[in-house]
Design a protein around this ligand. Structure first.
Ligand SMILES: *Cc1c(COP(=O)(O)O)cnc(C)c1O
Length: 388
């Protein structure tokens, strides 16, 4: 029997027609762009993520650029990002003419190392060519970044903090979501993410009402929003998108995708629990057989976007597992600072030795909420049988 790396059809079947009904209701409702499901989902998403405001947008990449545009990030600004991440985290920085600076990660959590961040900021300041403006921390593979420490670095140097929670949305530290420390949390609803839709989608969350309005304007072509109208100004009598107050873009979450997400968000807390149970079982079964199993600090909760182990003979292990019908993936074989398009950008002081080791040893195993125990055991036995 073939095994899925992420089985989204199993989730759809478990939801027993609810997604299909929600999609058809959105089709019949006819408000296919910015329909009532979008507003409803934004409210439920904000409540789940413990943020005052949530706004849907077209994808997780746009979610990252919306706050950067709102803050006026531009040429001469430095934005600190991990190198061990998906391209999107860094990609939006050069769009604005700003410079991404690649920071190494912690060898246990794979998330941005706050001490390396501090050193990278100090080096940029000493050089005096760029202005440190923003830090984008990533909740890689679902594990929350060290927000308390990263926030302290941001406060010391007057920088904004974005939590790129495309993978980690729903993760917590001491029960608190990343927005407790970040100015903005962004996420992606790409199907394979822990909270995914049936196409592309994304969202930004913030507690800052002014910033929320700014991003709401930017996602709809710079439309006029309440804060643009003085207390005494007459309301603009037409559709707000016909009065452009700033240079914006078109980045909306589709109504049909919002309808899918409303159903998926209802079961998301339960799914995070299941994923944690699977990860704990994997950890117990695999610890003796590999160089490292994932290490989540006490008090932190991962959503297990990926379950990733380390093995010194990674490629041979991947081939062994493939022969036994167990799919695997390597996230990420080429870190950002070694990508052809990004190699010209600066690296944090001391280079990125942890990232450069991880790229050769990490391997991710099947992980999704519907992974049953028999299948987990097949994965564990296949890894255990590797003599490598
Ligand atoms: C997937 C992902 C994104 C981008 O999301 P899209 O919806 O694909 O644009 C950004 N950051 C990280 C860390 C991601 O994994």
């Amino acid at each position: 029997m073939s095994m899925a790396f992420i089985d989204l059809q199993a989730q759809r079947k478990r939801l027993n027609g609810r997604i299909e009904a929600a999609v058809m209701a959105a089709v019949e409702g006819g408000a296919w762009v910015m329909g009532p499901q979008v507003r409803q989902f934004e409210e439920e998403l904000a409540a789940f993520g413990k943020a005052k405001h949530a706004l849907g947008c077209a994808n997780g990449t746009d979610a990252l650029i919306l706050p950067l545009i709102a803050w006026g990030v531009r040429t001469g600004d430095a934005v600190f990002v991990p190198s061990f991440t998906f391209t999107a985290t860094a990609e939006i920085v050069p769009w604005l003419g700003a410079t991404p600076i690649f920071v190494d990660v912690d060898p246990k959590t794979y998330d941005m190392d706050p001490a390396k961040l501090e050193a990278a900021v100090a080096a940029v300041k000493a050089e005096g060519r760029l202005t440190p403006k923003v830090v984008i921390a990533v909740d890689l593979f679902g594990q929350p970044a060290d927000y308390p420490a990263i926030r302290a670095v941001c406060d010391r140097h007057g920088m904004k903090l974005i939590s790129d929670s495309a993978q980690g949305f729903g993760c917590t530290i001491g029960g608190e979501h990343p927005i407790r420390w970040a100015d903005v949390t962004t996420t992606s609803f790409f199907p394979a993410k822990p909270l995914g839709c049936y196409g592309d989608g994304g969202a930004v969350l913030t507690d800052d009402a002014d910033l929320a309005q700014e991003m709401d304007s930017l996602r709809v072509h710079g439309k006029v929003v309440a804060k643009d109208l003085g207390a005494s100004a007459a309301e603009f009598a037409h559709d707000p998108k016909y009065l452009a107050m700033r240079i914006g873009m078109n980045s909306r979450l589709d109504t049909i995708q919002a309808a899918v997400l409303i159903e998926k968000l209802k079961v998301f807390p339960q799914e995070i629990e299941w994923r944690n149970r699977i990860a704990a079982r994997y950890n117990d079964g695999l610890r003796a057989h590999v160089a490292a199993v994932p290490d989540v600090p006490a008090g932190s909760v991962s959503n297990w976007a990926q379950y990733t182990i380390e093995h010194e003979d990674r490629d041979a292990l991947a081939a062994h597992l493939k022969d036994r019908g167990v799919p695997t993936a390597v996230y990420y074989p080429v870190p950002m600072h070694l990508q052809p398009a990004y190699a010209r950008f600066p690296q944090g002081a001391g280079g990125l030795p942890v990232t450069e080791r991880l790229k050769d040893v990490v391997i991710s195993l099947p992980m999704h909420a519907d992974l049953d125990e028999a299948t987990q055991d097949r994965v564990i036995e296949a890894v255990a049988s590797f003599a490598g």
